[in-house]
Design a protein around this ligand. Structure first.
Ligand code: ASP
Length: 321
């Protein structure tokens, strides 16, 4: 079936509609079963090339995109900027133009500057997927969070979801806010004043500066990493102090619903934003499941944007599932 999301690039969740999100999640849901089966190899993207261009470190996202592309049968190239001409001073646009000349079908790009991936997408004629740009967006993380929640709770609409911690530096928070509010969830931001987005209420969320009050009666408690690499100066007094007030432990979690699920996009700072006791509690924590859903979501996204690209180029798309 033709995807509802009809764009060549996936740059963020802000512009996604509810039907587009639902269709991407439905497609990803089908790939979960493939990933759990013995033979994970499909030919949906056979003959296509996916290039991962990562200007920032990544464990989960890069591996996940690589696995997703390989499971769909694509050829994958991983560009490590430290070992490429980027280290010699080549600009983002020159690197993109160089890669574009080799006719990839999809460029998956992570960059430390907000807006860099969108700029790059205007200079190439392949599809571009944003794998995280600065503090701006991380759309596939938003989708995988939504898929994890929808599979566990059966819906997104009407759920109370608290996004807690270093919200101001988090592209995950921004992508989740747009996506989850579009799907009808009630989103709360819980953060110290120094780590909150100013004027966040205009994004359709409510804001709390007390963790216990913020997560009270919530269905989902999503913890965020303290992003030291994006901080210059004193946003928090000390990690010990931060954990005391904003770290999730069993006592604070008791304020949420008894069946509330705990999420974290990773990598975790254990003992800073989350206690190991909670992170490793398989009854409450779905952190590993988020990683699993990440591969399925990226398969759905890669398939969709490649199909849209083929359609735009007037190429036949025979490998329909
Ligand atoms: N892995 C996520 C990201 O790339 C979250 C994090 O780094 O804290 O934004």
């Amino acid at each position: 079936m033709t995807p509802v999301f009809a764009q060549r690039h996936l740059l963020g969740t802000r512009s996604l509609t509810a039907p587009e999100i639902t269709d991407l999640l439905d497609r990803a849901d089908r790939y979960v079963a493939v990933n759990r089966s013995a033979n994970k190899k499909l030919d949906v993207l056979a003959g296509r090339t996916v290039v991962n261009l990562f200007y920032e470190n990544s464990t989960r996202t890069r591996t996940s995109f690589e696995l997703a592309a390989k499971r769909l049968g694509a050829d994958v190239v991983n560009m490590q900027t430290g070992a490429s001409s980027v280290a010699k001073g080549e600009t983002l646009i020159d690197t993109a133009a160089t890669l574009n000349a080799m006719h990839p079908d999809v460029l998956v790009v992570r960059h430390h500057d907000s807006g860099a991936v969108s700029l790059l997408s205007q200079k190439v004629n392949c599809a571009v997927v944003n794998a995280g740009d600065g503090k701006h967006e991380h759309p596939t993380q938003g989708l995988l969070d939504a898929l994890t929640i929808r599979r566990r709770k059966g819906r997104l609409e009407g759920l109370k979801i608290a996004i807690c911690g270093d919200v101001v530096h988090s592209r995950v928070a921004r992508s989740d806010i747009h996506l989850l509010t579009t799907m009808g969830a009630e989103v709360r931001l819980v953060a110290p004043r120094t780590l909150c987005i100013s004027g966040a209420e205009s994004m359709g969320v409510s804001v709390f500066h007390d963790l216990k009050k913020g997560i009270a009666d919530c269905d989902i408690v999503m913890m965020l990493r303290i992003q030291n690499e994006r901080m210059s100066g004193g946003f928090i007094p000390s990690t010990r102090e931060y954990f005391r007030f904003f770290g999730l432990d069993r006592e604070k979690l008791a304020c949420a619903k008894p069946d509330a699920l705990v999420m974290h996009p990773g990598p975790m700072n254990r003992g800073v934003e989350i206690d190991s006791d909670i992170a490793d509690d398989v009854e409450r924590s779905v952190i590993r499941e988020q990683v699993e859903m990440g591969v399925a979501v990226r398969m759905a996204v890669l398939e969709t944007v490649t199909r849209n690209l083929a359609q735009e180029r007037g190429e036949p798309w025979e490998k329909t599932k």
